[in-house]
Design a protein around this ligand. Sequence first.
Ligand SMILES: [Zn+2]
Length: 122
Amino acid sequence: MTQLDRTGLILSGACLVHCAVLPLSVLVLPSLGGVLFDHSSLLHWVLLGLAIPVSGYALVRGYREHRERSGLLVGMLGLILMGLGVSHLLAEDLEIPLTLSGAAIVAAAHLMNIRLLSKRPH
Ligand SMILES: [Zn+2]
């Protein structure tokens, strides 16, 4: 159970690091930044493809245990933002900010889920 939450945290954390480091690497090392930037969408698809089943499963199972909808709703919002970002549905320029905020929200949802589960009487 918490193992899934941890995996979800690692996935969203990987994207946070990637999205935060990416603009910096473009400034510091333009050639490396270019390589990373070209592949950023691919990496985001992979991360999103892993985050949807892992985070979805962890948050739904958490909800079934603690019956608190907030973690589930926050997690869904985060995944939707990540999806909007990577699909370029709104604008390609918004990929990084949308993915970054989506991943941060997904991470927050897992932290909420972990806290709610630990508060539950055993
Ligand atoms: Zn990223």
